[in-house]
Design a protein around this ligand. Sequence first.
Ligand SMILES: Nc1ncnc2c1ncn2[C@@H]1O[C@H](COP(=O)(O)OP(=O)(O)OP(=O)(O)O)[C@@H](O)[C@H]1O
Length: 227
Amino acid sequence: MGFRVTDLSCARSGRAVLRGVGFAIPEGRARLLRGPNGAGKTTLLRVLAGLLAPSAGEAELDGARLAAEPERYGENLAYCGHLDSLKPQLTVGENLRFWAALFGGGPLGPAVAAFDLEPLLDRPVHACSAGQKRRAGLARLLLAPRRLWLLDEPTVSLDTAAVARLAAAIRAHCAGGGMALVATHLPLDLGPAGEGPGAGPVELAPVEAAELATGADGDPFLTGSWA
Ligand SMILES: Nc1ncnc2c1ncn2[C@@H]1O[C@H](COP(=O)(O)OP(=O)(O)OP(=O)(O)O)[C@@H](O)[C@H]1O
């Protein structure tokens, strides 16, 4: 059980972005994903979410392997990318009910409380602020229980109180045995979930130009995956 990434590499438009990335997340732990702009955090999260093909390496979640068993692997994770993926014409409540029905999740109450959405339930998403939309998008994490949360810059647009709510949700997820990988440039208080063996930050450094992928005939655009 747990999450393990082994020797993962990925190229985008022929350029090596990830090279030999490896780390593990034990059950009940969360790790921050750190690195400067362009280091490959979004690329890594998209590969781990099954949205981008790696050029080498493997990820394994509770014994299910990304390459060999993508459906069983994918059933156990939730991915929140840069976009909130909300229907703008529907209210916040309608969006949440839609997601709960789609994923067979439980009642809305805990998700609404965790991200303070009660006052927004009847408001159309197109009339919400950026931070309000972000909170509604994150609340979906609590509507469909998944073992691993992959979060890409989830704190963007959130005020201090909302960042604390997000951190509390991650801590509670991990206290129940869940795991999380969170790309963020901001500090995030993960509490006990971010402490102990296998819980420190995963640091990504930009792949050096000398490591650029090249095709068999030296053309860099003959290798790698296209986004
Ligand atoms: N669609 C794409 N096609 C080709 N190359 C891409 C694409 N998206 C990103 N890249 C390249 O991949 C590298 C890593 O980008 P990525 O978005 O993964 O970095 P990041 O660490 O998430 O950066 P940031 O902190 O700015 O969000 C960059 O050099 C970028 O130019």
